[in-house]
Design a binder for this molecule. Structure first.
Ligand code: G3P
Length: 218
């Protein structure tokens, strides 16, 4: 499973890159707003920092303006992926961008039928929002599993990108289901490293190591 970082914060990206396990980044308008920087500045900085795919979102609501945005952003780097909302106008945009070989990520997906449409439109990635489905009283992971099953049934090449992941169990279950990608906030990515028995075991090893006699210098 590929790991993307769900952020527009370049310090977080630098930290995750230093671990050597980061495959890409996803942003959205809310994450960009949190940085206090202009969209152009923050997007271009991230595109340069990261070798893997970087999703940046088109904010127009009609196909013509979404295409205009997408074509401009695609000139910013070969790793740019255009996030397009799951609407009829968005899907028309995806069909055209696919023909132009511009990668897309269909966002704000909350049902398996929406994911089916995104795959038929030729999307590169589809982003079901697991945590937000849970918040609304639905089972986000069940919808993720349905999407993976449907894509397997028909050999769709669209990659499933589990988004809105809130805790390590979401990541674990997404991996078991076979999601191609998990986009993870940095706090959750840090939690993946941790286990209390690792900390306790390391502490004991360090204490015991002090008891090992050292070789006397001649
Ligand atoms: O980037 C899309 C998604 O991951 C947002 O997550 O936590 O705002 O629902 P969240």
């Amino acid at each position: 499973m590929e790991f993307f970082l769900d952020t527009a914060d370049t310090n977080e990206i630098k930290e995750a890159l230093s671990w050597g396990i980061l495959d890409g980044v996803t942003t959205n308008p809310s994450l960009v707003a949190k940085t206090g920087k202009t969209f152009e500045d923050v997007a271009q900085e991230i595109i340069k920092l990261v070798k893997g795919p970087v999703s940046i979102e088109a904010v127009a609501t009609d196909t013509s303006n979404m295409l205009e945005e997408a074509r401009e952003y695609a000139t910013w780097g070969e790793n740019v992926v255009i996030k397009v909302p799951m609407t009829p106008e968005g899907m028309k945009t995806v069909v055209t961008l696919t023909k132009e070989q511009i990668p897309t990520n269909v966002t704000l997906v909350f049902s398996a039928n929406q994911a089916l449409i995104a795959a038929k439109a030729g999307a590169t990635y589809v982003s079901p929002f697991i945590g937000r489905l849970d918040d609304a009283g639905q089972n986000g992971l069940q919808i993720l599993e349905d999407i993976v099953t449907i894509y397997d049934n028909y050999d769709f090449t669209t990659k499933v990108l589990a988004a809105s992941l809130r805790h390590p169990i979401h990541v674990l279950e997404a991996a078991k289901i076979g999601s191609d990608v998990a986009t993870i906030p940095i706090n959750v990515m840090k939690q993946l490293f941790n286990h209390p028995l690792t900390d306790a075991g390391l502490k004991r090893f360090m204490e015991d190591w002090k008891k090992v006699p050292t070789k006397k210098k001649k």
